[in-house]
Design a protein around this ligand. Sequence first.
Ligand code: HEM
Length: 196
Amino acid sequence: MTRDRIEWWAVFIGCALPLLALGWWAVTGDLGVNPIETIVRHLGDWALRLLVLTLALTPLRHLTRTARFIRYRRMMGLWAFAYACLHVLAYVVIDIGLHWPTFFGDLTKRPYIMVGMAAFVALIPLAATSTSGMIKRLGGKRWKRLHRLVYVAGALAAAHYVLMVKADILDPMIYITTLVVLYAVRLGRWQAGRSV
Ligand code: HEM
């Protein structure tokens, strides 16, 4: 196996590990006192972490002047979307038991659910157009423009977290600060007329 292949598999397994860990905890009964909350939050945490990591890859390329990391952007973005899907599924199926009046009640009354849903909806066209065929069909320019939605999705996902927490806002603030730095780097390059 070539070095590239080993690296690809390492990233793939790294992204899958939080899901495997969750499965393992479910089998061994290690999901804590509130298993549903553990499942929903663990999946939400990893959706956000992978989204932020995906957003960090381009600035990392500029910083290190190597394109090495960028080749994992699509894979990591898709993993972020997969975790977001499982997070929403866990909430809809396990947490509220497919009780749609509760779902629509939450969606209209709880701002963090509303904002989370907006983040999730923003990710759908990105995942749907992530294939090479779709890049060709849309054309590079339009595809790039569409994929700027990822910045909106990242900001909404972090806002979802901030709105959800009641007391300790340290964790969501770490995400917000990281995103502000990443967006500032991009904005700086864009203003300087360089590719972002
Ligand atoms: C891109 C989309 C989303 C991301 C990245 C995301 C991320 C997160 C994060 C990081 C948390 C906090 C986890 C923690 O406390 O450690 C969370 C909690 C939660 N999210 Fe999301 N979320 C998304 C979309 C949604 C959507 C669409 C819904 C519902 C329709 C939703 C429902 C919830 C619920 C119910 C909680 C847990 C609340 C609690 O335990 O009190 N999320 N999410």
